[in-house]
Design a protein around this ligand. Sequence first.
Ligand SMILES: Cc1cc2nc3c(=O)[nH]c(=O)nc-3n(C[C@H](O)[C@H](O)[C@H](O)COP(=O)(O)OP(=O)(O)OC[C@H]3O[C@@H](n4cnc5c(N)ncnc54)[C@H](O)[C@@H]3O)c2cc1C
Length: 836
Amino acid sequence: MKTHAKVVVIGGGVVGVSTLYHLAKKGWSDVVLIERKELTSGSTWHAAGLLPLFNLSYSVGQLHKYSVGLYKTLEAETGQSVGFKQVSNIRLARTKDRWDEFMYYAGVAQTIGVKVNLLTPEQVKDVWPMAEIDGLIGAIQHPDDGYIQPADLTQALAKGARTRGAEIYRNTVVQGIERTASGEWLVKTDKGDITCEHIVSASGNFARKTGEMLGIDVPVIPVEHQYIVTEPHPAVQERHAKGLPEMGVLREADSSWYLREEAGGFILGPYEKGAPVCYVDGPDKESEYELFQEDLDRLAPHIETAIARVPAFGEVGVKKVYNGAIAYTPDGNPIVGPAWDLPNVWLNEGHSFGVTAAGGAGWQLAEWIVDGEPTVDMMGVDPRRFGPYAGRGYLREKNEEAYANVFTPHYPDEERIATRPLRQTPCYDRMKALGAVFGSVYGWERPNWFAPKGYEVPASELNVDDVLLNENHAPAADDGKIKEKWSFRRSNYFPFVGDEIKNVTHGVGLQDMSAFAKCMISGPGARAWLDSIFANRIPKQRGRIALCHLLTTKGGVRAEFTLYEMAPNSFYLVSAGALERHDHDTLRKLLPKDGSVTMTPITTAYGVLVLAGPKSRDLLQALTDTDLSNAAFPWLTGKRLSVGAVQCEALRVNFIGELGWELHHPIEMQNHLFDLLMKEGAKHNIKPFGIRAMMSMALEKSYRLVGREMSIEYAAFESGLQRFVHPNKGAFLGRDSLVEWQQKGFKNAFVTMELHGIEDVDARGSEPISKDGKVIGRCTSGGFGWRTGKSLALGMVAPEFSAIGTELDVVILGKSFRATVVPESPFDPDNERLRA
Ligand SMILES: Cc1cc2nc3c(=O)[nH]c(=O)nc-3n(C[C@H](O)[C@H](O)[C@H](O)COP(=O)(O)OP(=O)(O)OC[C@H]3O[C@@H](n4cnc5c(N)ncnc54)[C@H](O)[C@@H]3O)c2cc1C
């Protein structure tokens, strides 16, 4: 065994071996993999081998697409068969909402180049003659989809890695991990120690155990997952004898199962409610090729619906039930990327569709490690999307919930309920009393919108379809009434959000944005360091506020911060609440080593109440002796002031484009401040507003968001950040690459579009944008702008289609709408209201 390697990969399942393969393929041959037993002896050996391309996420979709493409070539490359059967994959829709979901997905698929066919029930019958088609609206089919032999796939990847110089040590257990004095990692095994530069944790069900060795709480706990293999059925065998093709993988999402042929019989795999987490303390030391006792009762409702759909399934005996551990995270997506706090530690864990994702995840992680950046925006799978709140108890509840929801419709406005309300700001109860309907981000409760007292969704609107598991609404509120219906279209809360916006536009509104991520950057070197990492100029004058972007080394956008010098050499940075761990970890890893700059996270020390609207000045002025006139307190400045007795840092900025102040205050004084504002505000008919109102107003201002209009995939200038990115200010992170990118020419341009002929559905992001029938871009955000009275969308298109007035087409849920490129900020383009 080697004593030194560039990378040590821990775990010889399909995910670890794929990572090793891709590292070697990128030219790093000094890489090793350590597996405690045999390759695939964790979860990989018993996987059903399905390769579902279906995924609503733009990033995960790209990973899956890459995997399927790679797997098709592996046999030719390595000589090792992987048993790939391209039998296609058919997803059945029984409800209108499901069909909407499929149509939304078909749009995502088009933007990433995945082929999808739409089938009528009769066409389903043609492909799957043994299926009944009663009650079906239709289906989507992935012709390139199919299944593979997971163990053979892993062996092929291992062979490909070894051929390129990588080494694999089987029956070797990683027992401890230490940091060396020189900053390398010492991986201690029962067969000796290896010093390395990078560690990749791909340890499947052992993820938390590996995390313990590293001192981090990895947000992965597996859930039990079962599938049934039947005896052969004569009708299936007869089809084979006649040389007829395999019938493909059949998925009835509304009954939460998949079914496919297997050796003349069937495999049925349900995703049930009530499947328990397992291996909470990690598998046993000796665990290998392990299965659990089956639980047929849990499967019964799914078996019944499967028999109704494919009666032949009920005519054969059960050969074997596999009940194995499947790794889960709270949102069901894997965690692929850097570990927080630790340098050169990478996680490729939490894979519930690991056979499908392994190729793409290994590919992108290898790019990240070798080149310093991936090429696909990995925000949706970044390990830092969960925070320290995601401990054991949280994972138990959330991961079971994620498993039970694999096949429920993924409504864009769905808010899952497990563990809530977990992180409450002090004014939570006050907002609730005002009718707040909450959403959850990064564990925080945030009002999404406000329902009138006693309001309830009419029962006729709620899901009465005869389907398993699906729910199209939030649980009942404290008054026993259901307030929110989820939909791919404009939903019941639409007019109420409009009322909130009208109130902000003509009067004054109050919003709780305490979930913002916040930190202080201080010390003698603070200004120079910030100047060296941010693309914007750091304001020289204290009190000025700047919007600062942190670019990737390639010139894309990694993060965005509002910066404000609170005290000399002490800068307050605010960024999106959901990105706290991501943003803070990124900053921390860039800190100078000489101690001249310190970073102090203060998210939970400060609350933020946003006061906005034309009457906000009159209201606030009555509560403070600080002069709030435009001359004394202009837009984009901040000041420390007292509101009554509450000391606030008041920042004259907001995300909605109205006159207003963000009041950053000691969190323990929040309710005192809240009551003062509401009492004084009563004179101005103050009303609260929520995230959905904010998003609608932000859209009308063409404000960009990280992970949507700004991402590592787009150069900062493609995202239209010319006002904030200054290559001529001197050196900063990503500057040279951005200039180089610009010289080579951009492939994308940011646009704001007005959509025409919209009735009950707006764009949301990920819809394809086309010109003369050819896809030339994708929407990144969308919605209805109440102040402009227009359905709007933001998007990225090929630059030649970005001129104002260009006519384009946007397909929303399968229907094409005319779109016109309009100037940025359709509402108040000169920012007169912000400057008022
Ligand atoms: C019943 C069932 C059916 C499934 N069907 C599908 C499917 O159809 N399609 C699909 O895409 N996915 C499917 N999955 C999921 C799939 O099996 C997993 O996502 C995938 O196998 C995960 O691979 P992995 O490499 O992350 O983990 P594993 O295969 O579990 O590999 C992790 C490895 O790390 C090793 N290890 C851990 N700790 C150490 C240590 N300290 N030292 C050395 N080695 C260590 C373990 O021994 C193990 O071999 C299914 C899962 C189940 C349970």
